[in-house]
Design a protein around this ligand. Sequence first.
Ligand code: FA5
Length: 335
Amino acid sequence: MGETVEKIRQEALIKVQQAETIEELRGLSVRYLGRKGALTRVLRQLQDLPVDERRAVGQLANRAKRDIVLAMDERREEVQRPLENASVLESTWPGSARGLGHLHPVTQQIRIAEDIFCSMGFEVVTGPELESPKYNFDLLNIPKDHPARDEWDTFYIEGELLLRTHTSPVQLRAMEKRKPPVRLIVPGRVFRHEATDPGHDTMFYHLEGLVIDRGVSAANLMATLKDFLRAVFQRSVEIRFRPSFFPFVEPGYEVDMQCQLCGGTGCSVCKQTGWVELLGAGTVHPTVLRNMGVDPREYSGFAFGIGMDRLMMLRHGVNDIRLLYSGDLRFLEQF
Ligand code: FA5
Protein backbone atom coordinates (compact mmCIF):
# COMPACT_ATOMS: atom_id res chain seq x y z
CA MET A 1 0.00 0.00 0.00
CA GLY A 2 3.01 2.20 0.62
CA GLU A 3 3.74 2.05 -3.11
CA THR A 4 0.21 3.11 -3.96
CA VAL A 5 0.57 6.16 -1.68
CA GLU A 6 3.88 7.09 -3.31
CA LYS A 7 2.35 6.69 -6.77
CA ILE A 8 -0.55 9.00 -5.83
CA ARG A 9 1.90 11.57 -4.40
CA GLN A 10 4.06 11.60 -7.54
CA GLU A 11 1.08 11.82 -9.87
CA ALA A 12 -0.57 14.58 -7.82
CA LEU A 13 2.62 16.71 -7.70
CA ILE A 14 3.02 16.45 -11.49
CA LYS A 15 -0.64 17.38 -12.11
CA VAL A 16 -0.34 20.32 -9.70
CA GLN A 17 2.69 21.63 -11.58
CA GLN A 18 0.79 21.34 -14.86
CA ALA A 19 -2.29 23.18 -13.59
CA GLU A 20 -2.82 26.58 -15.32
CA THR A 21 -5.84 27.90 -13.48
CA ILE A 22 -7.25 28.17 -9.99
CA GLU A 23 -10.21 26.05 -11.13
CA GLU A 24 -7.86 23.24 -12.21
CA LEU A 25 -6.13 23.32 -8.83
CA ARG A 26 -9.48 23.22 -7.08
CA GLY A 27 -10.35 20.12 -9.15
CA LEU A 28 -7.07 18.44 -8.20
CA SER A 29 -7.66 19.13 -4.54
CA VAL A 30 -11.02 17.35 -4.78
CA ARG A 31 -9.51 14.53 -6.83
CA TYR A 32 -6.68 13.73 -4.41
CA LEU A 33 -7.61 15.19 -1.03
CA GLY A 34 -11.42 15.46 -1.14
CA ARG A 35 -13.82 13.24 0.79
CA LYS A 36 -13.74 10.67 -1.99
CA GLY A 37 -10.22 11.60 -3.14
CA ALA A 38 -7.47 9.07 -3.95
CA LEU A 39 -5.41 9.75 -0.85
CA THR A 40 -8.42 9.88 1.43
CA ARG A 41 -9.52 6.47 0.16
CA VAL A 42 -6.10 5.01 1.07
CA LEU A 43 -6.24 6.54 4.53
CA ARG A 44 -9.65 4.95 5.08
CA GLN A 45 -8.19 1.52 4.38
CA LEU A 46 -5.49 1.94 7.00
CA GLN A 47 -7.65 0.39 9.70
CA ASP A 48 -7.59 -2.96 7.90
CA LEU A 49 -3.78 -3.18 8.00
CA PRO A 50 -1.62 -4.82 10.66
CA VAL A 51 -0.39 -2.31 13.28
CA ASP A 52 3.21 -1.98 12.04
CA GLU A 53 2.25 -1.55 8.44
CA ARG A 54 -0.56 0.83 9.45
CA ARG A 55 1.94 3.14 11.18
CA ALA A 56 4.37 3.13 8.23
CA VAL A 57 1.71 3.69 5.55
CA GLY A 58 0.01 6.29 7.78
CA GLN A 59 3.24 8.30 7.97
CA LEU A 60 3.73 8.06 4.19
CA ALA A 61 0.15 9.12 3.53
CA ASN A 62 0.42 12.15 5.87
CA ARG A 63 3.68 13.23 4.24
CA ALA A 64 2.10 12.83 0.79
CA LYS A 65 -0.87 14.95 1.86
CA ARG A 66 1.41 17.69 3.27
CA ASP A 67 3.53 17.77 0.08
CA ILE A 68 0.48 17.97 -2.16
CA VAL A 69 -1.07 20.82 -0.08
CA LEU A 70 2.23 22.77 -0.13
CA ALA A 71 2.66 22.28 -3.86
CA MET A 72 -0.90 23.47 -4.43
CA ASP A 73 -0.33 26.64 -2.34
CA GLU A 74 2.82 27.48 -4.29
CA ARG A 75 1.20 26.81 -7.65
CA ARG A 76 -1.85 28.88 -6.69
CA GLU A 77 0.40 31.92 -6.12
CA GLU A 78 2.19 31.37 -9.42
CA VAL A 79 -1.09 31.07 -11.30
CA GLN A 80 -2.52 34.22 -9.66
CA ARG A 81 0.52 36.52 -10.14
CA PRO A 82 0.28 36.92 -13.92
CA LEU A 83 -3.42 37.60 -13.50
CA GLU A 84 -2.69 40.49 -11.15
CA ASN A 85 -0.13 41.89 -13.60
CA ALA A 86 -2.58 41.41 -16.43
CA SER A 87 -5.11 43.59 -14.62
CA VAL A 88 -2.56 46.46 -14.79
CA LEU A 89 -1.58 45.88 -18.40
CA GLU A 90 -4.90 44.87 -19.91
CA SER A 91 -5.93 48.02 -21.72
CA THR A 92 -9.49 46.89 -22.41
CA TRP A 93 -10.37 46.43 -18.72
CA PRO A 94 -12.14 49.35 -17.05
CA GLY A 95 -9.68 51.46 -15.01
CA SER A 96 -10.27 52.46 -11.42
CA ALA A 97 -11.94 55.88 -11.34
CA ARG A 98 -9.83 58.80 -10.12
CA GLY A 99 -11.43 61.70 -8.28
CA LEU A 100 -11.00 64.86 -10.36
CA GLY A 101 -10.37 68.21 -8.71
CA HIS A 102 -11.70 71.53 -9.96
CA LEU A 103 -10.95 75.22 -9.72
CA HIS A 104 -11.59 76.92 -6.39
CA PRO A 105 -14.96 78.76 -6.46
CA VAL A 106 -13.24 82.14 -6.08
CA THR A 107 -10.92 81.32 -9.01
CA GLN A 108 -14.03 80.39 -11.00
CA GLN A 109 -15.54 83.75 -10.03
CA ILE A 110 -12.41 85.63 -11.08
CA ARG A 111 -12.39 83.86 -14.48
CA ILE A 112 -16.05 84.78 -15.03
CA ALA A 113 -15.30 88.42 -14.13
CA GLU A 114 -12.25 88.50 -16.42
CA ASP A 115 -14.30 87.14 -19.34
CA ILE A 116 -16.96 89.80 -18.87
CA PHE A 117 -14.47 92.67 -18.64
CA CYS A 118 -12.46 91.35 -21.58
CA SER A 119 -15.66 91.33 -23.64
CA MET A 120 -15.88 95.07 -22.78
CA GLY A 121 -12.35 95.67 -24.09
CA PHE A 122 -10.42 95.51 -20.81
CA GLU A 123 -6.89 94.09 -20.56
CA VAL A 124 -5.89 91.79 -17.63
CA VAL A 125 -2.78 92.88 -15.71
CA THR A 126 -1.16 91.29 -12.65
CA GLY A 127 1.56 92.40 -10.23
CA PRO A 128 3.45 91.55 -7.01
CA GLU A 129 1.71 90.58 -3.76
CA LEU A 130 4.72 91.85 -1.81
CA GLU A 131 4.68 95.61 -2.38
CA SER A 132 6.53 98.73 -1.38
CA PRO A 133 4.67 101.49 0.53
CA LYS A 134 5.44 103.75 -2.46
CA TYR A 135 3.03 101.85 -4.75
CA ASN A 136 0.58 100.61 -2.11
CA PHE A 137 0.16 104.07 -0.51
CA ASP A 138 2.31 107.07 -1.57
CA LEU A 139 1.53 107.16 -5.29
CA LEU A 140 -2.14 106.54 -4.48
CA ASN A 141 -2.27 109.85 -2.64
CA ILE A 142 -1.93 108.30 0.83
CA PRO A 143 1.15 109.95 2.33
CA LYS A 144 2.99 108.48 5.31
CA ASP A 145 0.97 110.13 8.09
CA HIS A 146 -2.42 109.96 6.38
CA PRO A 147 -5.09 108.39 8.62
CA ALA A 148 -6.33 106.32 5.62
CA ARG A 149 -3.29 104.07 6.16
CA ASP A 150 -4.99 102.83 9.36
CA GLU A 151 -7.93 101.58 7.31
CA TRP A 152 -5.58 99.48 5.24
CA ASP A 153 -3.38 98.15 8.02
CA THR A 154 -1.41 95.17 6.83
CA PHE A 155 1.48 92.80 7.50
CA TYR A 156 4.91 94.39 7.19
CA ILE A 157 7.88 92.38 6.08
CA GLU A 158 11.45 93.10 7.14
CA GLY A 159 12.79 96.23 5.51
CA GLU A 160 10.51 98.35 3.37
CA LEU A 161 7.99 95.79 2.18
CA LEU A 162 4.38 94.94 2.98
CA LEU A 163 1.67 92.54 1.83
CA ARG A 164 -0.45 94.65 -0.54
CA THR A 165 -3.83 95.70 0.82
CA HIS A 166 -5.41 96.13 -2.62
CA THR A 167 -4.43 95.58 -6.24
CA SER A 168 -4.53 99.35 -6.99
CA PRO A 169 -0.68 99.54 -6.86
CA VAL A 170 -0.55 97.37 -10.00
CA GLN A 171 -2.46 100.13 -11.84
CA LEU A 172 0.40 102.53 -11.06
CA ARG A 173 2.93 99.95 -12.21
CA ALA A 174 0.93 99.28 -15.40
CA MET A 175 0.79 102.99 -16.25
CA GLU A 176 4.60 103.19 -16.20
CA LYS A 177 4.47 101.37 -19.53
CA ARG A 178 1.20 102.63 -21.00
CA LYS A 179 -0.35 105.83 -22.29
CA PRO A 180 -4.07 106.60 -22.35
CA PRO A 181 -6.51 105.46 -23.51
CA VAL A 182 -6.35 102.45 -21.16
CA ARG A 183 -8.87 99.94 -19.86
CA LEU A 184 -7.38 97.43 -17.50
CA ILE A 185 -8.38 95.10 -14.68
CA VAL A 186 -6.13 93.72 -11.96
CA PRO A 187 -7.28 90.51 -10.28
CA GLY A 188 -5.24 89.24 -7.33
CA ARG A 189 -4.78 88.28 -3.72
CA VAL A 190 -4.71 91.01 -1.07
CA PHE A 191 -4.10 91.07 2.68
CA ARG A 192 -5.37 93.05 5.65
CA HIS A 193 -4.59 93.03 9.33
CA GLU A 194 -8.11 92.84 10.66
CA ALA A 195 -10.46 90.78 12.79
CA THR A 196 -12.28 88.08 10.85
CA ASP A 197 -16.06 87.72 10.74
CA PRO A 198 -18.55 86.17 8.26
CA GLY A 199 -17.85 88.96 5.75
CA HIS A 200 -14.13 89.68 6.39
CA ASP A 201 -10.94 87.70 6.22
CA THR A 202 -7.26 88.63 6.45
CA MET A 203 -6.66 87.33 2.93
CA PHE A 204 -9.09 87.72 0.07
CA TYR A 205 -9.28 88.53 -3.64
CA HIS A 206 -9.70 91.84 -5.42
CA LEU A 207 -10.43 92.69 -8.98
CA GLU A 208 -9.64 96.35 -9.50
CA GLY A 209 -10.29 98.25 -12.70
CA LEU A 210 -8.97 101.43 -14.30
CA VAL A 211 -10.24 103.34 -17.33
CA ILE A 212 -8.51 106.50 -18.56
CA ASP A 213 -9.56 108.40 -21.65
CA ARG A 214 -10.80 111.77 -22.75
CA GLY A 215 -14.20 112.69 -21.31
CA VAL A 216 -14.57 109.71 -18.95
CA SER A 217 -17.11 110.38 -16.18
CA ALA A 218 -18.83 108.80 -13.17
CA ALA A 219 -21.76 108.00 -15.51
CA ASN A 220 -19.46 105.65 -17.46
CA LEU A 221 -18.36 104.08 -14.19
CA MET A 222 -21.94 103.42 -13.10
CA ALA A 223 -22.97 102.01 -16.48
CA THR A 224 -19.92 99.73 -16.59
CA LEU A 225 -20.55 98.35 -13.10
CA LYS A 226 -24.25 97.82 -13.75
CA ASP A 227 -23.51 95.98 -16.99
CA PHE A 228 -20.88 93.89 -15.24
CA LEU A 229 -23.17 92.85 -12.39
CA ARG A 230 -26.04 92.11 -14.77
CA ALA A 231 -23.70 89.80 -16.70
CA VAL A 232 -22.48 88.07 -13.52
CA PHE A 233 -25.97 87.44 -12.10
CA GLN A 234 -27.61 87.08 -15.53
CA ARG A 235 -30.40 89.41 -14.43
CA SER A 236 -30.76 92.99 -13.16
CA VAL A 237 -29.67 93.31 -9.54
CA GLU A 238 -30.39 96.04 -7.03
CA ILE A 239 -27.30 98.15 -6.32
CA ARG A 240 -26.80 101.49 -4.60
CA PHE A 241 -23.99 104.04 -4.73
CA ARG A 242 -23.04 105.69 -1.43
CA PRO A 243 -20.64 108.64 -1.26
CA SER A 244 -17.42 107.47 0.37
CA PHE A 245 -13.83 108.56 0.82
CA PHE A 246 -10.87 106.95 -0.92
CA PRO A 247 -7.80 109.22 -1.22
CA PHE A 248 -7.14 108.08 -4.81
CA VAL A 249 -10.52 109.07 -6.25
CA GLU A 250 -12.66 112.19 -6.18
CA PRO A 251 -15.59 111.79 -5.82
CA GLY A 252 -15.56 108.29 -4.33
CA TYR A 253 -18.35 105.76 -3.79
CA GLU A 254 -19.04 102.53 -2.10
CA VAL A 255 -21.32 100.28 -4.08
CA ASP A 256 -23.61 97.94 -2.20
CA MET A 257 -25.67 95.12 -3.60
CA GLN A 258 -28.90 93.89 -2.14
CA CYS A 259 -28.04 90.87 0.03
CA GLN A 260 -28.82 87.79 -2.02
CA LEU A 261 -28.70 85.56 1.07
CA CYS A 262 -31.65 87.12 2.88
CA GLY A 263 -33.24 88.95 -0.08
CA GLY A 264 -32.70 92.27 1.72
CA THR A 265 -34.47 91.42 4.98
CA GLY A 266 -31.28 91.27 7.11
CA CYS A 267 -28.85 88.49 8.11
CA SER A 268 -25.38 87.99 9.63
CA VAL A 269 -23.56 88.53 6.32
CA CYS A 270 -25.22 91.91 5.63
CA LYS A 271 -25.13 92.80 9.34
CA GLN A 272 -28.95 93.02 9.33
CA THR A 273 -28.90 95.95 6.84
CA GLY A 274 -30.13 94.08 3.75
CA TRP A 275 -27.14 95.42 1.75
CA VAL A 276 -23.64 94.02 1.25
CA GLU A 277 -20.74 96.31 0.36
CA LEU A 278 -19.29 94.88 -2.81
CA LEU A 279 -16.84 97.44 -4.08
CA GLY A 280 -15.22 100.83 -3.83
CA ALA A 281 -15.06 103.13 -6.85
CA GLY A 282 -14.73 106.71 -8.07
CA THR A 283 -13.25 109.05 -10.63
CA VAL A 284 -9.47 109.06 -10.46
CA HIS A 285 -7.95 111.85 -8.35
CA PRO A 286 -5.91 114.40 -10.43
CA THR A 287 -2.85 113.79 -8.22
CA VAL A 288 -2.99 110.06 -8.97
CA LEU A 289 -3.37 110.78 -12.70
CA ARG A 290 -0.26 112.94 -12.51
CA ASN A 291 1.57 110.17 -10.61
CA MET A 292 0.67 107.96 -13.58
CA GLY A 293 2.23 110.45 -15.98
CA VAL A 294 -1.19 111.50 -17.29
CA ASP A 295 -2.25 115.13 -17.69
CA PRO A 296 -5.55 115.58 -15.75
CA ARG A 297 -6.45 118.59 -17.92
CA GLU A 298 -6.58 116.34 -20.96
CA TYR A 299 -7.70 113.00 -19.55
CA SER A 300 -10.01 111.73 -16.84
CA GLY A 301 -10.65 108.25 -15.56
CA PHE A 302 -12.57 106.00 -13.25
CA ALA A 303 -11.42 103.17 -11.02
CA PHE A 304 -13.07 100.47 -8.95
CA GLY A 305 -12.09 97.59 -6.65
CA ILE A 306 -14.45 94.63 -6.31
CA GLY A 307 -14.19 91.97 -3.58
CA MET A 308 -14.24 88.69 -5.55
CA ASP A 309 -15.01 86.64 -2.43
CA ARG A 310 -18.07 88.75 -1.63
CA LEU A 311 -19.24 88.49 -5.22
CA MET A 312 -18.87 84.71 -5.19
CA MET A 313 -20.69 84.51 -1.83
CA LEU A 314 -23.59 86.61 -3.08
CA ARG A 315 -23.86 84.54 -6.25
CA HIS A 316 -23.90 81.19 -4.46
CA GLY A 317 -25.55 82.12 -1.16
CA VAL A 318 -22.46 81.40 1.01
CA ASN A 319 -22.87 82.89 4.46
CA ASP A 320 -19.31 82.85 5.82
CA ILE A 321 -16.16 83.93 3.94
CA ARG A 322 -14.02 81.72 6.21
CA LEU A 323 -15.52 78.63 4.59
CA LEU A 324 -13.76 79.59 1.35
CA TYR A 325 -10.29 79.07 2.76
CA SER A 326 -11.06 76.27 5.24
CA GLY A 327 -9.84 73.60 2.79
CA ASP A 328 -12.97 71.62 3.69
CA LEU A 329 -13.80 69.41 0.69
CA ARG A 330 -17.41 69.00 1.84
CA PHE A 331 -17.78 72.73 1.12
CA LEU A 332 -15.53 73.01 -1.95
CA GLU A 333 -17.00 70.02 -3.77
CA GLN A 334 -20.34 71.83 -4.03
CA PHE A 335 -19.02 74.21 -6.72
C1 FA5 B 1 -10.19 99.27 -1.67
O1 FA5 B 1 -9.36 98.42 -1.38
C2 FA5 B 1 -9.96 100.21 -2.81
N1 FA5 B 1 -8.66 100.01 -3.35
C3 FA5 B 1 -11.02 99.98 -3.87
C4 FA5 B 1 -11.14 101.12 -4.80
C5 FA5 B 1 -10.50 101.09 -6.02
C6 FA5 B 1 -11.87 102.26 -4.44
C7 FA5 B 1 -10.59 102.16 -6.89
C8 FA5 B 1 -11.98 103.35 -5.32
C9 FA5 B 1 -11.34 103.27 -6.55
P1 FA5 B 1 -11.96 98.52 0.09
O2 FA5 B 1 -11.03 98.50 1.24
O3 FA5 B 1 -13.31 99.04 0.39
O4 FA5 B 1 -11.40 99.35 -1.11
O5 FA5 B 1 -12.06 97.06 -0.53
C10 FA5 B 1 -12.76 96.80 -1.72
C11 FA5 B 1 -13.69 95.59 -1.57
O6 FA5 B 1 -12.96 94.48 -1.08
C12 FA5 B 1 -14.78 95.80 -0.53
O7 FA5 B 1 -15.86 96.50 -1.08
C13 FA5 B 1 -15.16 94.37 -0.19
O8 FA5 B 1 -15.97 93.80 -1.20
C14 FA5 B 1 -13.81 93.70 -0.25
N2 FA5 B 1 -13.21 93.59 1.08
C15 FA5 B 1 -12.66 94.57 1.83
N3 FA5 B 1 -12.16 94.08 2.98
C16 FA5 B 1 -12.41 92.75 2.97
C17 FA5 B 1 -12.11 91.67 3.87
N4 FA5 B 1 -11.45 91.86 4.99
N5 FA5 B 1 -12.50 90.42 3.53
C18 FA5 B 1 -13.13 90.21 2.35
N6 FA5 B 1 -13.43 91.17 1.46
C19 FA5 B 1 -13.06 92.43 1.75
